[in-house]
Write a protein that binds this ligand. Structure first.
Ligand code: AN7
Length: 366
């Protein structure tokens, strides 16, 4: 009886603790004041899921966790940066924002601009933005222009436009984006009560790896016992400017989110690698798809770019010390890119079947 009451009370408490969004939750670590109009869709507080399957693949009593940031309001980690960028843009009296995007930034910018009552403009590479992301930008009311070139060119153009006209740039050159995104590192430490030995993360413009590192470092100021993780950044081999230390003129990968040849945060990323004694490596599209399927086989559906973190982890299996704790960041939701999922799965899918019980039960092998 007493136990039942306690259980009921606990349950009620779960519901009572409403997550206020990441700016409210981590206000003291963020450059906001009582004057900042907070534009939030209650982003953040995403699950840290233990992957039994990946822990088993890596072996040696290693625990592999997935930071599933695809469960943010628009389905990617970009919401963390955008709640900050849009709130600050609004505070500064700006009325319109602009970004170049491989898809997720545009979805988040459009959604938060809509929530904050701002206009949004989006430049995307024609034909290389996944359907879900394009659908979002259009539905949230962005004005979308697709250009006959790649992301890098689009970014060059929006940077110039934002200098010439009264529009705020919300790509990750905007420092508020990094501020918002660093909260994912806070959440990981809050959940684990320590920081992981490795953080595996996909890299495009390298804003997110920069943000995570900033987050871990800031938390370590508060908690001196915190040992910082090695930052392991992964790119697709067809689009690996940070691994090869070059500009890739024609980046090419199935992971369109990270189809970026000239990352804007290159120097910051190099510093992260050095300070954290981490590493940057490339993974092939085949390895990305294989990781994508392993994740889905355990009920976690992420987009191909996100699976690069897991592909990278698997590639480094033999370097991992026993009893390590590893976090792989799953940056975006699998539903963002349904075409990729439909083309790359091992499911049995029989089409145009007559609706006949006998026929269907035979097909199912009964
Ligand atoms: C799912 O949306 O650059 O290294 O324009 O969508 O911080 O650039 C997306 C990047 C990883 C890479 N995973 O992050 C854009 C864009 C997903 C992404 C990245 C992106 P950064």
């Amino acid at each position: 009886m007493v136990l039942k009451l306690i259980k009921r009370k606990l349950k009620l408490n779960y519901r009572k603790k409403k997550w206020p969004g990441l700016i409210e939750a981590y206000r003291k670590y963020l450059p906001v004041s009582s004057k900042t109009p907070i534009v939030s869709l209650q982003e953040g507080n995403t699950p840290l899921i233990l992957s039994e399957k990946l822990s088993e693949i890596i072996g040696n009593n290693t625990k592999v966790f997935l930071k599933y940031d695809g469960l943010n309001p628009t389905g990617s980690f970009k919401d963390r940066g955008m709640t900050m960028a849009i709130s600050k843009a609004k505070e500064e009296g700006c009325e319109a924002v602009i970004c170049a995007s491989t898809g997720n930034t545009s979805a988040a910018a459009a959604a938060y601009a809509a929530k904050g009552g701002l206009k949004s403009f989006v430049l995307i590479p024609d034909g290389f933005v996944a359907q879900g992301k394009l659908a979002q930008a259009l539905m949230y009311g962005a004005e979308v222009i697709s250009i006959k070139d790649n992301f890098d060119k689009a970014l060059e153009i929006v940077r110039e436009l934002s200098e010439q006209f009264p529009i705020t740039l919300v790509n990750s050159v905007n420092p508020y984006r990094i501020e918002g995104q660093k909260t994912a590192a806070f959440e990981i430490v809050d959940d684990l009560k320590f920081s992981p030995d490795w953080l595996c993360i996909p890299m495009g413009n390298a804003g997110n790896i920069t943000a995570y590192w900033k987050g871990f470092k800031e938390y370590s100021q508060k908690n001196k016992k915190l040992i910082l993780p090695k930052m392991m950044g992964f790119q697709s081999s067809g689009s690996a400017p940070l691994v090869e230390n070059i500009i890739v003129k024609n980046p090419d990968t199935i992971a369109t989110a990270i189809r970026i040849g000239n990352p804007v945060n290159r120097e910051k990323a190099k510093l992260v690698k050095k300070e954290s004694k981490g590493d940057f490596q490339s993974v092939t599209d085949t390895e990305i798809i294989s990781a994508y399927k392993i994740l889905a086989s355990e009920g976690v559906f992420c987009e191909p770019a996100s699976a690069a973190s897991v592909a990278g982890l698997i590639k480094n299996k033999n370097r991992i010390k026993k009893e390590s704790t590893i976090v792989c960041v799953l940056t975006g939701n699998g539903l963002k890119d349904p075409d990729c999922a439909i083309k790359n799965n091992d499911a049995i899918f029989t089409k145009n079947v007559e609706p006949d019980i006998k026929n269907i039960s035979e097909k199912l092998g009964f």
